[in-house]
Design a protein around this ligand. Structure first.
Ligand code: AHR
Length: 658
């Protein structure tokens, strides 16, 4: 190497070292408190996809409990002996039931096995409430045995527990017994059969719930899954979807009126995710509606969220229907509009009102204090505003305080998006629902997405989003990091972004149609993904008001020259939370400079939370649910500026106090 070459190499190394050591000064203005961060800002989006409801959050363990699956009333059941399906049962909207007849010999048996959802998960020593509606058609008594069994057991007994149950009299009555399995099993089977004299008996709505549900509700939620929602500290709870709001056709749209009242009389609905993706086809996927609108409202209340129901606008799923006749004509929309008005009455009306009375009879006389309603999911073209308009007029006239959410279609930008936003403004929608399932490049380019949005239009509801890695459409840490980066633009623009919900929420490992998802589970366990942790950190460190944070006078949006940094800041009483996302592969030095302090006033570092992982393209698993999680680290310093290094590929929340 010549002397000149040596000097050039040394100079290059020096430049490298300088850029490595470059300190990124972030000016945070404490004097001017910015827009409030809405309590609704970070929330959850629930849709019954991936067996999120039946087989998931809804703790019912029996599949096809009312013998109503249309392909086969005994789907999910294995019948033995003399089992007859009948359809003049006690519940008008669920007319089927079974008659167990005498098997004809003292050594033969009549009964049923239920396979549950990918098996029935039970925990040894815990208690399960079995219930059934039953009668003895000819009067007198009939003896049943109820068991949880392990049909694959090599042990002397197949059963994990067994209890007798005697049915008496020819009137339909509800019976219940407690089962206590002696071991934990992910895939148990519920078995019931005639014993004793084998007197024929009729059975309807056969149900099995853990007694230990979320908040102990009998028609309750799986505790670990509901807890995973509560721990997000969600401010908004959108339900029931998603595409299932719309239906593949209008008769199969989500019909909230079928989801309230006694569970025994809620008719099932087809779940469009049964067949939407034929490469992941689940021919036994129905909505029992056991998790219905009352339960959604109740859960919202219990986890501290504002409920946000989304209703059909009279358009069937536009992805699945090109023919205009698939939709309800605008001049025939009245029943759909009435559904929306009645829903508001169900949530908020006095107990003397028709629908308020239904709510009260279900155990909640106090109103749910509904403030928002969404009309339409991912709709597009002129047909959507035409349908939405009469809803807006009717809701405004009857309930002027209810805020209405409209849609910007399925795309994050483009023709429909550009058409629908002004239309939503014209119609006076309060919020516009935006959806984006996009790759890394998109998320990296959106750090300033909301910085220049129209401040005089509707507010934004980022209602469905997730980073779908190019070629990596599965949960992994890197995708979650880019979601964290993107969320800085949500936070910075809290004056116009009022809600944001990652989607979808849940997935059963044996029953998913769509991924990535926020929370995965099997019959016994659940796992919080890296994306869950990002949502959780934003929920936990939400703050109350935005603070201006600038680097070289500019927002920190991952723009050219910003070394892959994204940042935002909020104030929470005396505390300041600064969120910095380093999407680069180098550590980045930052100097948090607090402006607006009095002469002798300083700020003090409290702690920092680092969220990073070497498992860039992996996530937590059910076996190792905690391998990727935020770590609290010490953050020491006091003064008008605080210095720190953000590791490569890391989302850090700095907690600072005045
Ligand atoms: O979240 C899954 C689906 O994605 C939703 O049902 C729909 O709204 C979107 O297309």
């Amino acid at each position: 190497m010549t002397r000149k070459q040596i000097l050039l190499t040394a100079a290059a190394l020096l430049v490298g070292a300088v850029s490595f050591a470059q300190v990124h000064r972030m000016d945070i203005d404490l004097k001017k408190v910015g827009a409030p961060v809405q309590p609704t800002m970070y929330g959850i989006f629930f849709e019954d996809i991936n067996f999120a409801a039946d087989g998931g959050l809804y703790a019912e363990l029996v599949k096809n409990r009312s013998f109503e699956f249309p392909n086969d009333p005994l789907q999910g059941w294995k019948a033995f002996g003399h089992v007859e399906v009948r359809e003049d049962g006690p519940f008008g909207r669920c007319p089927h039931y079974v008659r167990l007849g005498n098997p004809g010999h003292r050594d033969k048996w009549t009964g049923l096995d239920n396979e549950g959802f990918f098996g029935i998960g039970v925990k040894g020593g815990e208690t399960y409430r079995f219930s059934v509606w039953a009668r003895v058609p000819d009067g007198g008594d009939s003896d049943l045995r109820i068991e949880l069994v392990n049909t694959a057991s090599m042990g002397e007994n197949h059963f994990l527990c067994q209890v007798p149950l005697t049915i008496s009299g020819s009137d339909w009555k509800r019976y219940e017994v407690i089962l206590k399995p002696d071991m934990t099993l992910e895939k148990a089977v519920l078995r019931l059969f005639l014993t004793g004299k084998r007197t024929p008996v009729d059975l309807e709505h056969v149900s099995l719930f853990p007694t230990d549900t979320w908040m102990g509700h009998r028609n309750g939620m799986r505790k670990d899954l509901a807890q995973a929602l509560a721990d997000l500290k969600p401010g908004i709870f959108r339900f029931p979807g998603g595409c299932i709001v719309e239906g593949t056709d209008l008769p199969t749209r989500y019909n909230w009126k079928n989801t309230v009242g006694p569970v025994e009389n809620r008719p099932i609905n087809e779940n469009r995710w049964e067949y939407t993706f034929p490469h992941r086809f689940y021919p036994d996927y129905y909505q029992s509606y056991g998790l219905g609108f009352f339960e959604f409202f109740q859960l919202s209340e219990e986890i501290g969220s504002e409920p946000l129901p989304i209703l059909s606008c009279g358009l069937a799923c536009q992805f699945q229907n090109d023919d205009p006749s698939a939709h309800c004509p605008v001049d025939e929309l009245q029943p759909f509009i009435q559904d929306a008005l009645d829903l508001i009455e169900f949530a908020n009306g006095p107990v003397t009102s028709t629908w308020g009375k239904v709510r009260a009879e279900m155990g909640h006389p106090a109103p749910f204090n509904l403030k928002f309603i969404g009309i339409g999911n991912e709709q597009w073209d002129a047909i959507y505003p035409e349908h939405l308009e009469p809803f807006v007029k009717a809701i405004r006239a009857a309930y002027p305080d209810i805020r209405i959410v409209g849609s910007s279609g399925p795309d994050s930008e483009g023709k429909q998006f550009d058409y629908l936003w002004p239309e939503m403004k014209r119609l006076g929608a309060d919020l516009v629902d935006e959806h984006f399932y996009r790759p890394e490049t998109w998320f990296l380019s959106q750090g300033a997405r909301y910085d220049n949005y129209d401040r005089k239009g509707p507010k934004v509801f980022a209602g469905e989003y997730a980073c779908h890695g190019a070629g990596r459409k599965f949960n992994h840490f890197h995708a979650s990091l880019l979601e964290a980066a993107f969320m800085t633009t949500i936070e910075r623009n809290a004056d116009i972004v009022h809600m944001a919900t990652y989607a979808p929420l849940f997935a059963h490992v044996e029953g998913w149609q769509w991924r990535p998802d926020l929370i995965w589970f099997d019959n016994l366990r659940s796992m919080r993904t890296a994306s869950w942790h990002v949502q959780q950190l934003y929920g936990e460190y939400k703050g109350q008001n935005v603070l201006t944070l600038k680097m070289d006078g500019k927002n920190v949006t991952g723009a050219a020259g910003q070394d892959g940094l994204f940042a935002s800041a909020v104030k929470d009483g005396d505390k300041v939370y600064v969120k910095v996302v380093n999407t680069s592969e180098q550590p980045q030095s930052v100097e948090l400079a607090f402006n607006g302090l009095k002469k002798k006033e300083t700020v003090k570092a409290v702690e920092r939370i680092d969220f990073t992982s070497g498992l860039l393209y992996e996530d937590n698993t059910l076996d190792e649910p905690e391998r990727i999680k935020p770590v609290k680290a010490s953050f020491i310093g006091e003064g008008k500026t605080l210095s720190a290094t953000v590791p490569p590929l890391c989302f850090t929340v700095f907690v600072i106090t005045r």
